[in-house]
Each structure stands twice: as structure tokens, then as C-alpha cells.
Design a binder for this molecule. Structure first.
Ligand code: ZN
Length: 164
């Protein structure tokens, strides 16, 4: 599966009957327009993604789930050129594996979220560029259900850094 194919990226319109998130509490679900979830410490204000039961900064357990904004800026990235070891399980084989970008996106509210990028060509990636979260089918299970994961996609159109 190549993430470059727009057909594999979902902005909305999930079949929530057969699709489910790749991890619990990663994003709002079921939803036609999911948002990533962070935990916000009510004592020191630190936001953590993925959400945790306690604050990594002050160890407080007084944390609340909060939806993250969909847009941010690319903080750093790299390209994964070989298939990661287990527990990575996308259904790909060594033969079908496609290199993919992975990076940190700085979101308003003080979170740097690590995630896969839809773009794997370094010449099309630039630190500081605008990114938005999208959701895509990571893997299909034997029972037919789809596991949905998230990725960050360069924003094109108004407000884009493309062509600068
Ligand atoms: Zn805290």
C-alpha cells in the first residue's frame, strides 16, 4: 500500500461498523471526523500525546483527555526505508514494503505528536511546513475489520508553504 495514493487516505466517511482505531484512546471514535486525543495535566498544564493516565512532567494523575487541533507544523522528520521489526504489523512483506516518512508535528497547545507522514519524498518535506492529520486504513484484519491509523499530510492550498 502506498500512502501516496489519495484513495487510501480518509478525511471522513469511515464505516464505523467495520473500522476501528489501531490503538485505544488515540483519537475520537466513532466519529466521521476524528481528532487526535492528548491528556492535559490539570496541575501543571503539560499535554501528552498519546494520552497517558499520569503526567510525565509532574506525575499528577489529575489529567483530562483533550482533542488536539488538526493542523500544525512539521518539527522534524525522517524517512523509514526498511520495514520495522515486530510489533510493526501493517500486513506488508519485505517485498511490498514502501518507505514512509515519519515525523513530529508541533500542534497548537504544546504537543509534538509523532506520526507517520503521507509523504516519503524528502524533497517535498520541509521543517516548519504546515501539516494536517488524516486517517487511513493501516491494515485489514482476517475478520474483515479495518484498523484505522493516523498520518500527517502536507497542507496544500491556501496557507500552504508549497511553492515558496
Ligand atoms: Zn503535570
Amino acid at each position: 500500500m502506498s500512502l501516496d495514493a489519495p484513495a487510501t487516505v480518509y478525511d471522513s466517511g469511515f464505516d464505523t461498523g467495520t473500522a476501528r482505531p489501531i490503538g485505544d484512546g488515540l483519537f475520537t471514535w466513532p466519529s466521521d471526523n476524528p481528532a487526535l486525543l492528548c491528556s492535559r495535566c490539570q496541575d501543571c498544564g503539560r499535554a501528552t500525546f498519546p494520552a497517558q493516565d499520569s503526567c510525565p512532567a509532574c506525575c499528577s494523575t489529575n489529567v483530562k483527555l483533550e482533542e488536539l487541533p488538526r493542523r500544525g507544523t512539521l518539527w522534524t522528520y525522517t524517512v523509514q526505508r526498511f520495514m520495522p521489526k515486530t510489533p510493526y504489523n501493517s500486513g506488508e512483506t519485505q517485498e511490498t514494503f514502501q518507505p514512509y516518512g515519519v515525523g513530529y508535528v508541533e500542534l497548537p497547545g504544546g504537543v509534538r505528536a509523532e506520526g507517520r507522514l503521507t509523504e516519503n519524498d524528502p524533497s517535498k518535506l520541509e521543517i516548519g511546513m504546515d501539516m494536517e492529520v488524516v486517517f487511513y486504513p493501516f491494515r485489514r484484519e482476517e475478520d474483515g475489520s479495518e484498523l484505522i491509523s493516523f498520518a500527517f499530510r502536507p497542507v496544500t492550498g491556501p496557507g500552504s508553504t508549497e511553492g515558496r
